[in-house]
Design a protein. Sequence first.
Length: 638
Amino acid sequence: MKISIIIPVYNTSEFLKDCLNSVINQTCKDLEIICVNDGSTDNSLKILKDFASKDPRFKIISQKNQGLSGARNTGLDCATGEYISFLDSDDWIDLDYFEKLYNAIIKYNADISAASILRTRTRARKNLTKIRVKYDEGKVYSDLKDKIKACNIPKCCYVWNKLYKASLVKDKKFKIGVQYEDILWTPEVLKQADKIVTVPNINYYYRANSKSIVKKKQTKKQQFDSYNAKKYLIDFFDNNNLPLTKKQRTIVKEQKYLLNMPVAKIKEYKNTLTTYLFGFLPIYRKKIKLPVVKKNTFFVWEPCSKSHSEVVPGYCKYLLDLGYHVSVLLDPDRIKEGLFCRFVDENLTVNKLNRKEIKEYFKNSSLSDSCGVIVTTVGKICDCVHYNEAYSAFNPMVDKKKLLFVEHEASFAVDKGSWKDDLITLRELNYKGASSIVVNPHYFGDVKITPKNEDITNFITIGAIRPNKKNSQMIVDSAYEVLKKGYKNFKITVVGKGSLKHIDKELRPYFDIKGRLSFKKMYEEIERADFMLTSYNDYDPEHIRYNTSGTSGNFQLVYGFLKPCIIIKSFAPINGLNEDNAILYNDDKDYVNALIKAIEMNKEEYKAMQDNLKIYEKKLYKTSLENLKGLIDGKYSV
């Protein structure tokens, strides 16, 4: 029935002997005493070695300082007992502490047994004791509400003062790099325990340390951790329908100091921030804008303010098909431009929050009330190389498994050796053997799939037409050749900036430069068009990425609107294109023939090409949906 006691030790030599004496003299002898020396710089390690030399039950582990969470996790990894308990190295326990806790667990077949807590403080050479948690009788609790109340949570979220079945907590690791870790750990463990039992007439003595982080000026990091932990606790209570008073729901978000004296506190209650002068005089209130969150919400966040918004509807569609409510967060200007003008669903919410409000939300929310987040351009929250930095855009309490990242250009990370195979890309990679999770977003809503125009073949190109720009100049030169061959039944619509000044006057009437369009107008232009023009070549370094490590938004439009495209043959296979669903050209000189083939194509041939494109689009959609589901379900490592 061995009990493993985990004791993190960091510079507590003043109190450590009292702690260890209370352990070695326990009436229960079958103990494994795991002392984790967490980089102590005082006499603590020597004291541990002295005790260990006299008692073989000691197991001393020394490590670089990782904080209380890291020390406890090390202890959990090394524990071999059937039961586990935690003891802080400046506290102590009654001598029959483990005997009574163990007997209670066995008698009631419980997962946890809990002792009373007495807080001790030394003032003016007097020891003052205060009861923090008091159990006068042994009672068994199985309902979560009763378990929480019995442990006096949220006031006392302590990890210690309890004995746990090892099977319950062995894999329950503490959050690294944050303080107030007990608040994050204890309620979840209580929730998973079938039964807990309180044990009377047995005490855990908690030493109130004057050097505690809650007793002195707190750093920004400490304030942030405190706020997040208490926010997490409120979310826990709400998610489990547990009651909280207004006082318990009011948490300090930030304190302002002047000469180390607190002069103002910013407190949060529900969705309102109130600034209090000297902690009690309200002087300013601000309402917090939050996104819509329902029972099964999945967020889609596009952090880029200018580009890549066109992928957002497609990712929303996949999540809707998987049964989620989707809450969209992106630059409000993209919404005004009609990104979702063709896309309406009762389970889709497009939030009206600005970039600062969105960033604040993800920094302050544990996301415990949502299913996850797809970040559709991860390069905007990290450097496209060090993907772990992307997590810093979120609250440290967030489960990383909930965060899915989309990368649009893999070469930077692959070249640096930091690429992660669980990153989402829009298509398969063809770069140095790298792999990814392909989820291609090409849904834009209820768009019109139109037949080929009868009189004039309408080509459309997305991007600027500028002089000396190789790919656009190829379009201009080839169009001029088509015109010289006697073909006048075509036009080229340009969605993007450009000028006709560098185009021959004879050719200008065949170009219609629209400039930058809203999504609503761009959708309309694509629907009126017949063919999507691309102008890649396989010798330009700027183009090669579209065949190896990245992709172009053009292809999402090709799939979504079923617009056959003109594309160089070498770039076609990786994008699912061939002679049955696209018009291929061999090199720059062959571009003229590709344009002529498109112009001469009749409506039946065009319809057949669209049908073939639809076959590939359906296959791509099915594969993408399965891949996203697998990623969310944990089929692929994160």
